[in-house]
Ligand binder design. Structure first.
Ligand SMILES: [Zn+2]
Length: 442
């Protein structure tokens, strides 16, 4: 039986439109109706599934296509919650799923109801084609990814690990063209940073604001933040970034070789500054090599004529794989000494799934069929996905939602006018279907 890709494209498009029309803004999430819709589609295909609510209306779905058991399972992971919108800033309604000039607009089009639709369609096609499998293929659709996954992927690995236990996993992010110096690369996410978020606190002497003095908590905090901003924290070269840059260097001639200067703490900053890439990319590269310091919330004072005794700044620190909160504390103390208090809220390590694996090799083979002159490279994601939960079960998870969209399109993730090209829905489904079929067929 041959696949009619024109009708698959139409079916995937309709599926995505329906997913986007469920408002699953998290908080509060309310994923249940959207998950019920997915369950209905799977049941129509005669696919068994279970739904677990981690809290009222917070639903997680798992379905499975059985293999012959000769190899261990592959899990396709998705999440249906989305981040909030500022609807008045959108050109098209964020939950309207309207199509304009080949693009489908809506919150979640990229993150990640579009990829969900591609995974779902792949899963359904495997069943329809009756492809005999060596491994089980599991589909896991979660709630709550955008708030950390405590009620989603994190809850599932604690409450029902046997349902989502797999040797390999595929989730969002990665699977896209990445041009460097006129050469096309194609990145697959094999690692992601962790988080060691902390509060920076200073204390001072309170008093009447008409008699200002220097022992003011706010001034001390401002000075500390300024110092941190000017400091260069230590460089951390991960296996993933080493592999990434060495591969890029090997394909971009003499100029590309200079990229390897990024491994040298003394040459890192001038090399990065001299790179001919957009400043957005420079920020990403800097973050890929450092525990990043992102001040986001300030708190101090309650009345204009009172000098407060405490000032605080919350810092979203993302740690490179291998680094923990205690390492961040050491790095921050090296700059600020004991003049501040540091209180950590999270200590979530980053993850790296090494790219030496049969799944990665399959991805490379399939991508080279679709994009002949590209070079597939592993990539460290500076944000976080649900992968960090499932890797705790020993699953090797790659971020791979295949697309041909240019890198600029992804600045719309969590932004206004998020959209996906209809042609990429078909491309994504074709590529993912080929990967899963090749990797799992008996
Ligand atoms: Zn996401």
């Amino acid at each position: 039986m041959n696949i009619n890709w024109q009708s698959v494209r139409d079916e995937t498009t309709t599926l995505l439109q329906n997913l986007i029309r469920f408002d699953t803004t998290n908080p509060p999430g309310n994923e249940r109706p959207c998950v019920d819709y997915i369950a209905k589609l799977l049941k129509q295909e005669d696919i068994d599934l279970v739904i677990y609510e981690s809290a009222p209306t917070r639903a997680n779905l798992v379905a499975r296509l059985k293999g012959n058991g000769s190899k261990k399972p592959l899990i396709l992971m998705g999440h249906v919650d989305v981040v909030p919108v500022e609807a008045d800033k959108w050109s098209h309604p964020p939950f309207g799923a309207e199509i304009h000039e080949g693009y489908l607009y809506g919150r979640g089009a990229l993150d990640m109801k579009g990829p969900d639709a591609v995974e779902l369609m792949t899963f359904i096609l495997l069943k329809r084609m009756g492809i005999p499998l060596a491994r089980d293929v599991i589909l896991e659709i979660n709630a709550d990814e955008e708030m950390g996954g405590k009620l989603g992927a994190g809850w599932m690995i604690e409450q029902h690990p046997e349902l989502v236990q797999a040797e390999y996993g595929i989730t969002e992010s990665g699977g896209r063209p990445f041009p460097v110096m006129d050469k096309e690369f194609y990145v697959v996410q094999t690692g992601e940073k962790g988080a060691a978020r902390f509060t920076l606190r200073t204390r001072g002497t309170p008093g009447h604001a008409s008699r200002p003095h220097k022992d003011n908590a706010i001034l001390k905090l401002a000075a500390a933040l300024q110092k941190l901003n000017e400091a260069e924290l230590p460089l951390h070269v991960t296996d993933t970034m080493r592999r990434f840059l060495e591969t890029v260097a090997a394909h971009t001639g003499a100029e590309g070789k200079k990229l390897q200067d990024l491994f040298d703490p003394k040459k890192f900053t001038p090399t990065l500054e001299a790179l001919s890439v957009p400043s957005f990319s420079k920020n990403v590269i800097h973050s890929q090599f450092h525990n990043s310091i992102g001040p986001t919330i300030l708190r101090a004072g309650s009345k204009i004529n009172v000098i407060p005794s405490i000032a605080e700044c919350e810092i979203d620190c993302r740690v490179v794989p291998g680094q923990r909160a205690k390492d961040v504390e050491r790095e921050v103390r090296a700059v600020l000494g004991d003049s501040v208090e540091i209180e950590f809220q999270t200590d979530t390590p980053g993850i790296e799934s090494q790219p030496d694996s049969p799944l990665f090799e399959t991805i490379v083979r399939v991508i080279q069929k679709y994009v002949p002159n590209t070079v597939v490279v592993p990539y460290l994601q500076v944000g976080a996905t649900d992968a960090r939960h499932n890797t705790k079960l020993g699953t090797k998870v790659y971020g791979f939602t295949p697309t041909l969209a240019p890198i600029e399109e992804f600045s719309r993730v969590h932004g206004h006018d998020e959209r996906i090209r209809i042609s990429d829905l078909e491309y994504g489904t074709r590529v993912l279907f080929d990967v899963v079929k090749e990797f799992c067929a008996a």
